[in-house]
Design a protein around this ligand. Structure first.
Ligand code: ADP
Ligand code: MG
Length: 399
């Protein structure tokens, strides 16, 4: 193995040993296994996944590591090394959707969804530690769910496919936690592969792994975690989802995915007559044009014209800012600063109202653009953002 492969292997082994040791310290016994599930960043295709549309996420090296062992008494114990306090203890029979608002709702929800399926899942001791920043739009919640689901699937010999695992984890987040998210985050954490971006049709889960080796082309992708999460984020997400559904209903289609880009002007004209709601209009416009941008991106990547993806990303940001209206001043500042210092493209990524932005940049401009963003944040009196390079990594696996 070359040096970086070796370094990565050492880091993976270190993380596995750390979480095993953590498990032993909490539960006084040895885990049956250790699983890893990554966070993700979405290249393009935002707020399209609950409209049956297209997305293009890649898994990050940032990972939830989870050690688990079976229990035969129907009790799930949950401990996170990232949250102070003792382990939660929940009898499987007592799991009730929507009752517990804390972090344990995510893994509990997965156990609940498996039982609802119904699948023969029993108790477990679980300890985890994560390097995925939480609430940063990088899907720490899906990583937590998918790691839990993979562990329970193996501990109980359920043999879940990656797709079914993702669907059950989405169900946990929708129906147990109460967050009406689409399927992208769970599919990304379950199905992404190293060195690729995942082109996913969220209607039928048709997938294509698209090679994504920016370094080979002299390019970099920076993720900028703004470290802010505005309080309206969760309510606004549900509101946008309702607006999309209202738009689809008014247009008489099952989902906004069924409105093609060619039909957009006619569809908007019909919408103005029947509904006359500027919020719904903007949401329809965003989703239809965003699906088109995913198509454009995939065509450019297939043609080896990766630099030209930049303007498509920037157009996606403008659409999220002006039509879908989920950006905020910190995200706009990242994008504006990056573009004015020579980035090829930039956009907010994830649900919005804070969280992260991504920046596509020539390798030689990486330092300059990163420094400009950091200094713009300092001048504006914002928290110092966290910057890192997005390296396409593997989906869920047993270590
Ligand atoms: P995102 O998925 O974008 O990071 P969410 O609000 O969807 O943001 O999920 C974040 C929540 O997931 C946290 O508030 C916490 O409840 C849970 N979570 C994520 N990582 C961990 C962890 N390492 N330990 C405990 N809970 C976690
Ligand atoms: Mg989440």
């Amino acid at each position: 193995p070359n040096v970086s492969d070796q370094t990565r292997q050492d880091a993976a082994e270190g993380a596995r040993e750390d979480v095993r040791e953590g498990f032993k310290a909490v539960y006084g016994r040895t885990p049956d296994g250790v699983w890893a599930a990554p966070g993700r960043v979405n290249l393009i295709g935002e707020h399209t996944d609950y409209n049956d549309g297209f997305v293009m996420p890649l898994a990050l090296p940032h990972t939830v590591h989870l050690a688990a062992a079976r229990r035969d008494d129907g009790i799930v114990r949950l401990h996170s090394g990232d949250v102070p306090g003792a382990a939660y203890q929940v009898p499987l029979d007592a799991l009730t959707p929507g009752r517990d608002g804390g972090w344990a709702a995510y893994p509990s929800g997965v156990a609940w969804a498996l039982r609802e399926a119904p699948l023969p899942v029993g108790g477990a001791d679980i300890h985890l530690a994560s390097t995925v920043p939480t609430g940063a739009g990088l899907s720490s919640s899906a990583a937590l769910e998918v790691a839990t689901g993979a562990a329970l699937s193996e501990l109980y010999g359920l043999g879940l496919s990656r797709e079914l695992l993702a669907r059950l984890c989405q169900q946990a987040e929708n129906d147990f936690v109460g967050m009406p998210c689409g399927i992208m985050d769970q599919m990304a954490s379950a199905c992404c592969t190293e060195g690729h971006v995942l082109h996913l049709d969220t209607r039928d889960l048709a997938q294509r792994q698209v090679p994504f080796d920016l370094a080979a082309e002299g390019l970099r992708m920076l993720v900028v975690d703004t470290r802010v999460k505005h309080t309206l984020a969760d309510g606004a997400y549900a509101g946008r989802r309702r607006a999309c559904e209202a738009g689809a209903a008014a247009l008489g289609v099952p989902a906004l995915r069924d409105v093609s880009h060619e039909e957009l002007d006619a569809a908007l004209a019909r919408l103005d007559e029947s509904l006359d709601d500027p919020e719904v209009r903007g949401c329809v416009r965003h989703v239809v044009t965003e699906n088109r941008r995913v198509e454009e991106t995939i065509a450019l990547l297939d043609a080896g014209r990766t630099r030209e993806v930049g303007p498509v990303l920037s157009a996606g940001h403008a659409s999220l800012r002006d039509d879908f209206r989920v950006s905020c001043r910190e995200l706009d500042l990242v994008v504006d600063t990056a573009l004015s210092t020579g980035a090829l493209g930039a956009r907010m990524t994830g649900g919005g109202f804070g969280g992260s932005a991504l920046v596509l940049v020539e390798e030689s401009d990486t330092e300059k653009v990163g420094a400009a963003v950091t200094s713009a944040f300092a001048s504006a009196g914002h928290l110092a953002p966290h910057l890192f390079e997005a390296v396409p990594s593997a989906g869920v696996r047993r270590l």
